[in-house]
Write a new protein. Structure first.
Length: 632
C-alpha cells in the first residue's frame, strides 16, 4: 500500500493535469468559439451597461455591470468567480481584453457588482466607444489554493499530519465513550448519526441517500456540538450548498457568519453575511471616514510634503485597529463560520482554529479542496452521498487515474466503522425509491409510512418510460428521434424527444386538471443531462400557450442544476438515440440516481430503449418500470 505522502503526490500530479486541461480549454474557448457562443453558454454578458464605481465595505474598488440583452439565458456568474472585461464587435470576432482581472462580488438577475484592482483603468472601461462585455476568466486562484493545501498536508506534522496518516490507512479512528443521547424528533438512523458525530475524536461520515433528511441530521449534530464547543466551521463545495445549510442553521436560531456572498440574494440570506454585518457595525462609519481620508491623501499628495508618510501611517494604523476590533466582535458573536472549501483560505480566517469542521456535500468536492479547511481544525465530520453527483473533472486522463475519488469516498472505503447510512427517506413514493435503493444502497433505504403511497392521481403509476424507439416516423419526415451533436460544452439535442416530453407533460396535466394543479401548486421539474436539450426545452415551454398559466411551477435544468432539489412531478429526457448504442457520460450512473430521485409522486422517463438498453443499468431500470405497469 502506498504511503499517504506518495498518494498525495499523485493527487498533486493529477490536479496539475486537470489545471492544464482546464486552462487550455478556456484558452480555446476564448479564442475559437466566438462571442455569440460564450453568451449562449452563459459564460459572458454582452453588451453590458456600466454603472457607478465605488468602494465597498471591504475597501475594494467595485463597478456595477448591467446585462442589456433581452435573452433570458441562465448564466454561470456567481460570487468569487474571476472575470475579465472586453471590447467586442457585433460579429463577435477580435475581442480585445482590458488588462486586469476582477471578481464577482455580488450578482442578482441582470445586475452584477465586480471588484477590481485599485489600478484598474475604469475611465477607459466606462468611456469605451465600442460595446463592452464581461466574461468568466480562468480560475487560477482556486487551483493555487488547492496546490497550497496539498503541499501543506504533505509537509504537516502535529494534528494535520495525524489526520492525513489516519485517513490514508486502515487504522481505527479514535472515539469517546459515553451513553447515547436520545432525540425524539429524529428517526433511529438519524439519531445514531448524531451520536456518532458526538463520539468521534477524529472523523465521522453521515451518508445521506436522497430524501433521508441529511440536512436535518447535520443541523442537529452541529447544534449538539455547539453545546460542547464555542464555535464550529461549516463548509461545502458550492456557494449554494453553503447557503442551504446556513439558512437551516439560522432558522434553528444559531448565529451564523457567512464568509462570501450568497447565491440567492434576499434580506434573510444577506443578514448573516460578513459584509452586511461589517457594514452594520457601529464603528463602521468611522472606519469608512478614515479609509476615505487615506484615499484622498494619496490622490492629493503635494510635492515636497514631508509629513505625508507620517499622516498616512497614522491613518492606516487607526484603520487596522478599527478593522481588527470589528472583526473580533463579529467572529466572537458567531457560533458557526460558514464558507466554501476554497473560501476557507480567506485572510479573515488567518490564525483561526476550530474544534470541529463539518463538510456538507463532501462527495462533490475534489480531495484537494477538502484539505483546505482541515488545517484549521481538530476533527472532521463529512456529510454527503458518493452515489450522487461526483466532483467535476474535465481531464479524462486525470479522471481515469483517480482524481475524481473524494476524501469522503476514501474514508468510507478505509473506515466503514465511522459511517452512518441514513435509511429512512421522506420524499418519494415507494415505487420511485425502490429501484434506487436496490441498485445504489444495497436495498437498505426504506420509505417513511407517510410517503410510501403518495400520488397525485388514484391508481396512478408512479413511474413510466416513454420509449422513443417505438415511434415510427415516415422516412420523408423532417422529424427524427435521433440525437444531434451541438458542440463542445453543449453536448447533444434530440428535438423530437423534447417535443414528446412536453406532450407527455401536457397529457398528464390534462388528467390532473388545471384547477387542481394551480390550487395545489403542483410543481414540475424537467431534467436532461445535456445543456443543449435543456435550452431547447426551455424555449419550447416559453413558446407553448398551453403552459402559460403553469410557467412559475415548471423548472427546466440539467441534472447538476437539480442536485438537492425535489418536485412533485419529474420528467427526464435522456436524449441519446443512435445506432451504435453510445450513451457517453450517461454511463456515470450517479447522475441518473440524482435525476430519478428528484420526484415525489410521479416520474416520467423519455428515452430510446434500443440505445439505452444496451447498458445493464438502463436495461434493468426499463424492466423495473415495465414490471410496475404489468402488475398494475
Amino acid at each position: 500500500m502506498e504511503s499517504p505522502i506518495q498518494a498525495l503526490q499523485q493527487q498533486r500530479l493529477l490536479l496539475q493535469l486537470e489545471y492544464q486541461t482546464e486552462k487550455e480549454a478556456f484558452r480555446r474557448q476564448t479564442e475559437q468559439k466566438g462571442l455569440a457562443r460564450l453568451v449562449k453558454r452563459g459564460d459572458a454578458w454582452w453588451p453590458v451597461r456600466l454603472g457607478r464605481s465605488f468602494y465597498n465595505s471591504l475597501n475594494q474598488l467595485c463597478v456595477e455591470v448591467f446585462r442589456t440583452s433581452d435573452e433570458e439565458i441562465e448564466h454561470s456568474f456567481e460570487y468569487g468567480r474571476p472575470v475579465v472585461f472586453f471590447r467586442g464587435e457585433s460579429g463577435g470576432t477580435g475581442l480585445r481584453y482590458f488588462p486586469f482581472t476582477g471578481a464577482v462580488s455580488y450578482v442578482e438577475g441582470d445586475r452584477m457588482v465586480v471588484s477590481v484592482p485599485d489600478t484598474a483603468p475604469l475611465i477607459d472601461l466606462q468611456s469605451s466607444e465600442q460595446q463592452v462585455g464581461v466574461q468568466l476568466s480562468f480560475d487560477e486562484t482556486s487551483y493555487k489554493t488547492m496546490f497550497d493545501a496539498l503541499d501543506r498536508v504533505m509537509r504537516a506534522k502535529g494534528r494535520l499530519g495525524y489526520l492525513r496518516d489516519l485517513f490514508y490507512s486502515r487504522q481505527k479512528a479514535a472515539t469517546y465513550t459515553f451513553q447515547p443521547m436520545r432525540f425524539p424528533y429524529l428517526n433511529e438512523t438519524q439519531e445514531e448519526a448524531v451520536n456518532r458525530v458526538l463520539w468521534a475524536k477524529d472523523v465521522a461520515v453521515v451518508h445521506g441517500p436522497p430524501g433521508t433528511g441529511k440536512t436535518t441530521t447535520l443541523v442537529e449534530a452541529i447544534n449538539e456540538v455547539l453545546r460542547r464547543e464555542p464555535q464550529v466551521l461549516v463548509c461545502a463545495q458550492s456557494n449554494m450548498a453553503v447557503d442551504w445549510i446556513s439558512e437551516k442553521l439560522v432558522d434553528r436560531g444559531i448565529p451564523v457568519l457567512r464568509i462570501g456572498n450568497p447565491t440567492r440574494v434576499n434580506d434573510k440570506m444577506l443578514s448573516f453575511t460578513y459584509e452586511r454585518r461589517f457594514e452594520s457595525h457601529p464603528d463602521y462609519e468611522l472606519l469608512w471616514a478614515i479609509r476615505k481620508a487615506i484615499r484622498d491623501l494619496r490622490a492629493h499628495r503635494k510635492r515636497g510634503d514631508e509629513k505625508f508618510h507620517q499622516k498616512l501611517e497614522r491613518l492606516k494604523e487607526r484603520a487596522i485597529e478599527l478593522e481588527l476590533r470589528i472583526n473580533a466582535q463579529l467572529f466572537g458573536e458567531a457560533r458557526v463560520i460558514a464558507c466554501t472549501l476554497v473560501g476557507s483560505a480567506n485572510r479573515l480566517l488567518d490564525g483561526q482554529k476550530f474544534g470541529t469542521l463539518f463538510i456538507d456535500e463532501a462527495a462533490q468536492a475534489l480531495e484537494a479542496a477538502s484539505w483546505i479547511p482541515i488545517r484549521r481544525v481538530g476533527r472532521v465530520i463529512l456529510a454527503g452521498d458518493h452515489c450522487q453527483l461526483p466532483p467535476t473533472v474535465k481531464s479524462i486522463a486525470a479522471l481515469k487515474a483517480g482524481l475524481g475519488k473524494t476524501l469522503m469516498e476514501r474514508i468510507v472505503e478505509n473506515k466503514p466503522e465511522v459511517v452512518t447510512l441514513l435509511r429512512t427517506q421522506y420524499r418519494m413514493n415507494e415505487e420511485i425509491m425502490r429501484f434506487s435503493s436496490d441498485w445504489f444502497y444495497g436495498n437498505q433505504v426504506e420509505s417513511a409510512p407517510e410517503v410510501k403511497f403518495r400520488s397525485i392521481l388514484d391508481l396512478d403509476l408512479a413511474m413510466t418510460w416513454v420509449d422513443t424507439s417505438q415511434f415510427d416516423l415516415p422516412e420523408t419526415s423532417d422529424v427524427s428521434f435521433k440525437e444531434e451533436f451541438v458542440g463542445e460544452g453543449f453536448g447533444r439535442v434530440n428535438k423530437a424527444e423534447a417535443e414528446l416530453t412536453l406532450l407527455a407533460l401536457e397529457q398528464y396535466f390534462e388528467r390532473i386538471g388545471k384547477t387542481r394543479i394551480l390550487n395545489d401548486r403542483l410543481d414540475v421539474g424537467i431534467i436532461s443531462p445535456y445543456r443543449a436539450q435543456v435550452q431547447y426545452l426551455r424555449s419550447l415551454v416559453k413558446k407553448r400557450e398551453y403552459f402559460k398559466p403553469f410557467r412559475s411551477l415548471i423548472t427546466v435544468n440539467t441534472v447538476d442544476g437539480f442536485q438537492g432539489q425535489e418536485r412533485d412531478i419529474i420528467l427526464v429526457s435522456l436524449v441519446r438515440s443512435n445506432d451504435e448504442g453510445q450513451i457517453g457520460f450517461l454511463r456515470d450512473l450517479r447522475r441518473m440516481n440524482v435525476a430519478i430521485t428528484r420526484a415525489r409522486m410521479k416520474l416520467i422517463i423519455l428515452g430510446d430503449v434500443k440505445t439505452m438498453g444496451r447498458h445493464p443499468f438502463y436495461r434493468k431500470l426499463y424492466e423495473y418500470v415495465k414490471a410496475l405497469k404489468d402488475c398494475s
